[in-house]
Ligand binder design. Structure first.
Ligand code: ADP
Ligand code: MG
Length: 616
């Protein structure tokens, strides 16, 4: 039975309440596109006025639908009427708050039995959430793609049957095979595995298939051109939504260059090790806090200690001479801050109790961030050399002393003569004059005592011992010793010092020897008499002593030779004086320089640090 419009509408009214609560889009239009009925959802989504929508087509409605949507709707309505098939469309409707609701709608035209058009049913649902998911997925896929193609690592994706799914561009570059060649079945991707690694690869795929996680590891693969490359491979399983493993992703990183460096490093390390192991020098590597991390076997032969790192770390420091400790510590501090190599000498005790003098080069090794990673120290036993040097110094001192003694004897004879005279006088003199004579005698005796004392002091062998001493006192006693000789030659020695000259850390007797040698040279160069000026100046962290004479001077070409042993222009000279001077200055971490003009005079400048390792 065919229902008339009048019969149908009330029936629809009955269902109205029901369809209003449905969260679906339901709308009924006539052939002219006018809305006949719509449920609450449809009205709300389209923003159509509930009281006045009936009998109006979409473009006549006051709605949220855009112009484009209205036009598209008209077109799809037409299509639905013409074809009689359900037409599926998607639309987005912008809501008042700016958000969008995506609709999936189906339009179905209905006809009466004679084929006359009845109604167009428009039904559908809100697919906003679905749409968002889809978008998220496509973003994720895009991301994945950009990772695949953006990385320089080669990526291979296979399913659980080890059939290739895809490779990325870097894979093609790394191995030389194109993706399509591997995909169309001509070439099996396993071709990149060298024969001897096939078993290894198989066992790993087995582990993966069992569901175990496999850590990345290093192996070799072969390229299309036959070249072997070192690779590090990492694996991950690909799972579906339900968590089931559906494939594997293999990531290859080319570590050939890295391996090459590693191999070269190992080879060069081996080379250096051979050198260190066979060297007669003590070679050691210490970490920045001074703890040894390597020591060469030579420690055994030279120090008589077992070459055991733990043992060495425990006792080596206690074998350093207590007087050298401070130098060493300061030297290391300086090297640490300046990050520069340095050389120093120190004494180390042999297992048998002998002291060895070690000349040591310490080189800080910097890492790529310019931080000290370790110190390499190379120490050489220079005890024998030192002993020869010491011998030279002593014999030179003796010859200087011999000359000095002659001067002193001369100096002593004069006061002695007067003392004898006064003693005789005293016998015959009355009480009043006695006091005066005794006074004169005491002055002369004191002078003799001073000079002899000074001579004894220099002559006396003393242990090398660093301590803080006053430069001014040292210079004054040196002048006292040499004054006699100077006066005989009509030379005046003047001493000028800056105010507040600080004490310096030195071996006093050695510095005296240094100044005696320099002053003696000046005196010997001045046959016409004149003035020798000693000037002491204070600089930041150091003191400069200048000795300026008015002697014969030194020819330019000879200045370079000064300090070489046995170079002398004097008949009775030894040519060792200046050599000893250079050594003494070096041991005090100072410097010495000469300036001279022939027939005008010579100026010697000695610069000494107040504290040899003060970090300036
Ligand atoms: P020596 O005094 O025994 O000759 P030195 O090593 O003390 O040995 O000095 C080496 C040489 O340097 C001297 O022979 C002399 O020619 C030269 N010389 C050193 N100091 C002076 C000086 N102040 N004036 C001129 N010549 C000097
Ligand atoms: Mg001399």
């Amino acid at each position: 039975m065919m229902l008339t419009e009048n019969e149908l509408l009330p029936r629809l009214g009955v269902f109205k309440k029901l369809i209003d609560v449905l969260p679906e889009f339901i709308c009924l239009k006539n052939r002219d596109g006018e809305w006949i009925e719509a449920n609450e959802f449809a009205l709300q989504v389209c923003g159509v006025d509930r009281c006045s929508y009936k009998g109006k087509s979409l473009n006549e409605q006051n709605s949220l639908c855009s112009e484009g949507m209205i036009q598209r709707s008209r077109k799809t309505d037409k299509k639905a009427w013409e074809t009689g098939h359900p037409i599926k469309i998607q639309e987005e409707v912008r809501q008042k708050d700016g958000s969008y609701i995506y609709l999936e709608l189906i339009k179905q035209a209905t006809y009466d039995e004679e084929g006359n058009p009845l109604y167009l049913f428009v039904t559908g649902r809100d697919i906003t959430q679905h749409k968002e998911k889809e978008e998220e997925l496509s973003v994720a896929l895009e991301l994945l793609e950009s990772v695949l193609e953006g990385t320089t690592d080669a990526i291979l994706i296979i399913d659980t049957n080890e059939s290739l799914i895809r490779v990325n561009h870097s894979f093609e570059n790394m191995f030389g095979w194109e993706e399509h060649e591997l995909l169309n079945g001509d070439i099996d991707f396993h071709i990149i595995i060298p024969d001897e690694f096939k078993a290894e690869s198989k066992s790993i795929m087995g582990l993966l298939a069992e569901g175990s996680t496999v850590p990345s590891f290093e192996t070799q693969r072969v390229r299309r051109d036959g070249l072997r490359i070192d690779v590090s491979i990492s694996f991950s399983a690909i799972r579906n939504m339900k968590g089931r493993v559906i494939g594997f992703c293999l990531i290859y990183r080319d570590i050939t260059a890295h391996k090459k460096v590693e191999r070269a490093l190992r080879e060069s390390e081996a080379k250096y090790r051979v050198i260190a192991e066979h060297s007669k020098d003590l070679i050691a590597v210490a970490n920045p806090s001074g703890e040894l991390i390597y020591s060469s076997p030579s420690h055994e032969a030279i120090l008589g200690l077992t070459n055991n790192l733990e043992e060495l770390n425990r006792i080596l420091f206690s074998r350093i001479h207590p007087d050298d400790w401070e130098f060493l510590r300061a030297a290391f501090m300086k090297a640490r801050t300046k990050k520069k190599p340095f050389t120093f000498e120190f004494r180390l005790m042999h297992q048998n109790g002998d002291w060895l003098v070690m000349e040591t080069n310490a080189v800080p090794v910097l890492n790529e961030w310019n931080e000290i990673e370790s110190f390499v120290t190379i120490a050489r036993d220079i005890t024998a050399t030192k002993e020869t040097e010491e011998l030279i110094r002593k014999s030179e001192k003796l010859s200087v002393l011999g000359e000095l003694a002659a001067g002193v004897a001369h100096e002593i004879r004069n006061p002695l003569t007067s003392l004898i005279g006064f003693a005789q006088l005293l016998k015959e003199t009355d009480e009043a004059m006695k006091d005066k004579y005794v006074g004169i005698m005491l002055t002369e005796l004191k002078r003799i005592n001073d000079i002899v004392g000074e001579l004894m002091l220099v002559a006396k062998p003393q242990a090398v011992h660093f301590e803080y001493s006053s430069l001014e006192d040292m210079l004054q006693s040196v002048i006292r010793l040499l004054d006699t000789q100077a006066i005989i030659k009509n030379i005046e020695i003047k001493l000028k010092t800056d105010k507040d000259i600080p004490s310096i850390y030195c071996v006093e007797n050695q510095l005296k020897q240094l100044f005696i040698n320099l002053l003696k040279n000046s005196i010997e160069a001045m046959d016409q008499g004149g003035v020798i000026t000693l000037t002491v100046m204070k600089k930041k962290g150091s003191i400069t002593i200048r000795i300026e004479d008015q002697g014969s001077g030194i020819p330019k070409e000879r200045i370079e030779k000064l300090g070489e042993p046995f170079y002398t222009t004097k008949e009775k000279g030894t040519g060792l004086g200046l050599m000893v001077c250079y050594k003494i200055v070096k041991e005090h971490y100072g410097s010495i320089s000469f300036e001279s003009e022939e027939d005008r005079g010579t100026t010697v400048q000695v610069k000494l640090p107040i504290y040899p390792f003060s970090v300036v």
